[in-house]
Design a protein around this ligand. Structure first.
Ligand code: NDP
Ligand code: NDP
Length: 319
């Protein structure tokens, strides 16, 4: 029997399993692998110059059967956002996930071009703002998530039911989800789909450097932390670069000093070039539960099978 809910219908996908847009990890290979397996694959535009983004959109489409849905994630902090959005509309990308900015800025333009829009938030207030801006669905991402994150530190377990109460449109949960049990928990709290980054960062098709993937599957509980709150809060693996940031923050460094310490291209250095010492290693807390690099299609398939298994297990509870 085919599963169907508001998320699978909106996105025209088989399973309500979404691979997050992730700088330096989610190029066309990963997005095509996830969409090809029945989930939603997302090209992460945050680390792509405009011509690179166009290349990835074309390669993703060419790798998939006609009409298969894929998406592009555009962080609104991105410097060349006008160019990115123009390319997305020219190339008729079916779905855009916007993040880290005001959803009112682009939603109307994208929707007028026939594109479905999903916005990523980390608080109830921004979820309501996204709904008012006319987005088709919201991703609510908790404090556990890797990379850029909210300031309020609201965990997924708290955020999802609160956002569920506050909005009517379809809701996707993110942050700390990596298996079928996590997916089922998110559904119990009111989500209709899940978005996962960390699990797919450690997939075979992820464009991250092999040294980064190896580090991710080696992460133990307690080895990531949200830092750089004065700039844009980001969850990092505790390496030498993190220690430098931590020491600076403890001695009360100003935002300007932190910006100088961060420099340029730290995420690329760590995630894409594999510098495990000086690079910015963005990953979620749930990395501690991941111990192998797998093909993305296998990840989608296993999570869906586990979701059904867990659902059946709970049905056996003696109530
Ligand atoms: P291709 O298989 O067509 O080619 C790989 C390209 O990536 C080569 O040009 C290679 O440069 C370059 N490359 C490989 N490793 C590194 C690295 N550690 N640092 C810098 N460049 C590297 O790639 P794709 O079709 O997968 O990708 C097309 C383009 O998109 C490439 O330019 C790629 O770098 C970029 N990309 C960007 C991502 C992002 O998040 N910004 C994610 C994935 C790809 P060389 O010829 O010198 O070996
Ligand atoms: P930096 O300012 O430190 O460096 C810019 C990096 O982005 C460089 O590695 C550069 O590649 C690459 N880049 C891609 N397109 C452009 C462009 N048009 N202009 C300048 N640089 C570009 O930025 P970060 O690495 O911290 O972040 C890069 C982008 O990713 C930002 O837009 C940021 O908002 C977004 N981001 C979003 C995250 C999220 O979770 N939503 C997480 C992390 C970053 P090169 O070295 O090849 O020049």
């Amino acid at each position: 029997m085919n599963f169907s809910n508001r998320i699978t219908e909106l996105l025209n996908i088989r399973y309500p399993i979404i691979q997050a847009g992730m700088v330096w990890c989610s190029g066309w290979r990963l997005a095509a692998a996830v969409s090809g397996a029945g989930g939603l694959g997302i090209i992460g535009a945050g680390s792509m110059y405009p011509d690179v983004l166009r290349e990835h959109i074309r390669k993703c489409r060419a790798a998939l059967p006609l009409q298969t849905t894929f998406a592009v994630n555009v962080p609104m902090l991105y410097p060349d956002i006008d160019k990115h959005m123009a390319i997305i509309m020219e190339e008729q990308v079916p779905v855009v996930f916007t993040s880290a900015g005001n959803p009112a800025t682009w939603t109307g333009t994208l929707k007028a071009a026939g594109i479905r829009v999903v916005h990523v938030v980390s608080s109830v207030k921004f979820a309501q703002k996204a709904e008012q801006a006319g987005v088709d669905a919201v991703v609510a991402e908790g404090f556990e998530a890797g990379g850029h994150n909210g300031r309020e530190e609201t965990t997924t377990f708290c955020l999802i039911p609160m956002v569920r109460q506050a909005i009517q449109i379809p809701l996707i949960a993110a942050g700390g989800i990596t298996n079928g049990a996590g997916m089922l928990a998110a559904f119990a709290l009111g989500a209709e789909g899940v978005q996962m980054g960390t699990r797919f960062a450690a997939s075979e098709e992820s464009s991250a450097h092999p040294a980064f993937k190896a580090r991710v599957i080696g992460v133990k509980e307690g080895e990531t932390e949200l830092v750089l709150k004065q700039l844009a809060p980001v969850r990092l693996i505790k390496n030498e670069f993190y220690q430098q940031v931590k020491r600076a923050e403890l001695r009360g460094a100003t935002a300007e000093e932190l910006r100088t310490l961060l420099g340029r291209g730290r995420a690329k250095k760590g995630i894409f070039e594999g510098d495990m010492t000086e690079g910015e290693l963005e990953i979620g807390q749930i990395a501690a539960l991941i111990d192998s690099i797998k093909p993305a299609a296998q990840i989608v398939d296993e999570i869906w099978q586990e979701f059904i298994q867990e659902l059946n297990r709970l049905r056996q509870l003696p109530v």
